[in-house]
Design a protein around this ligand. Sequence first.
Ligand SMILES: Cc1ncc(COP(=O)(O)O)c(C=O)c1O
Length: 472
Amino acid sequence: MKLVFELGATGRQMSYLPGCDVPKAALPEDASLRENMPKLPELTEVELIRHYTRLSKQAFGVNSGFYPLGSCTMKYNPRINEVAAGDPNFANVHPLQPADTVLGCREVIDTAEKLLCEITGMDAMSFQPAAGAHGEFTGLLLMKKYHEARGDAKRTKIIVPDSAHGTNPASAAMVGYSVINIPSAANGCVDMDALRAACSDEVAGLMLTNPNTLGLFDTNILEITEIIHACGGLCYYDGANLNAIMGKVRPGDMGFDVVHLNLHKTFSTPHGGGGPGCGPVGCKDILSPYLPASLLGEERKPDSIGQVRSYYGNFGILVRALTYILTLGSDGLQEASETAVLNANYLMHAVKKYFPVAYDHVCMHEFVLTLEKTKRESGVSALDVAKGLIDYGMHPPTMYFPLIVHEALMLEPTETESREALDEAAEAFRAIREMIDTDPERLHQAPVTTPIGRPDEVGAARNPILRYKPVE
Ligand SMILES: Cc1ncc(COP(=O)(O)O)c(C=O)c1O
């Protein structure tokens, strides 16, 4: 497909601006004019519209089909969220407007804080972080400040289980901590002996997600957080998997001191590439003096870690998340979690006839398949199966994560999928299993229904071409 720069022709345009009816002003003397005109695309309106419509048809999103990207909770983003966020009273305000002219926005922030604190069992919250990983960074800074304020400078280590998302150790390292990686037990949960052995007066805290990235709820959680507190550390809850437990159990009641949420996962806001989302950080009272500066007119907290993002964070995302919470209400949020767990178990039972589940227990909101044996016996890898699923009209599941499962495919259907959609997905897995048994070579060629088959993914990641070079 051609790029927009390669379309149109010199002089072609779609300008509706009236001719200039005021005298042209001279440029200031010290300003210099560019020597050549910029090489901007010159197109008619219809050419432009067709170009972007074609492009939009090539993108796959939750609005196009099943998107079971494990750990990422790609649930449907209800339209009502967009209606609320598009209200001019929210969409047209300026962050520098006087506080008394934006009282409605202030109420959104206060209500969202109150409700999300209630959902998580925390006492205070900041909406500045722009994504989950940014929330991790912020939450760890709070923990660091806490230890520093107590003169406890020896605490330089963070314990992270080997099933954790890669952002956990990366955020700990960014904050200046070293990471103690502890193995998982045979049941996929925290190895309690390894946890006890890792504890010392050098430990600043633990980072954990529960349910974990295998989709398993760690029933030792109260003992885990007690062990960390007993050695003087704090407990950080990675809220990426909150969709499984809303209204059922709260991180605060599990013993966690600080939590981040991914509003773009659990609270049905659009996903964005690491910035346009919202990863609020909530904490217990012991950490609230260190929260990012709030800017909302009240006195600056002297011990705050400062700002981690400009203004109030991505406010429009907050409006969407609050709309979701208020639309569902507390019963609806509980039902969403129940259905997310039910859907995951339904799909797991349907799919495990064709591919083994890595930790075969009742799961929470997601589960992980292992294609290690399939690859050994047929040469077809998790990647090949993921590519094959594209030809059946679904987005591939998360691949090769968590790292402790070989040839992993992680599926999270979410509560927004119907039984028919889950049956269709299971049918795709059945058809692929049949293909592996009869004509495995076909899967090495998949996908065959997309404009591009197998791009050089490593090359694209390592040497991305991000700027168009005009042909001279
Ligand atoms: C378990 C877990 N933790 C943290 C993150 C990081 O969140 P974000 O992508 O919002 O930065 C993710 C992202 O997928 C995740 O799955």
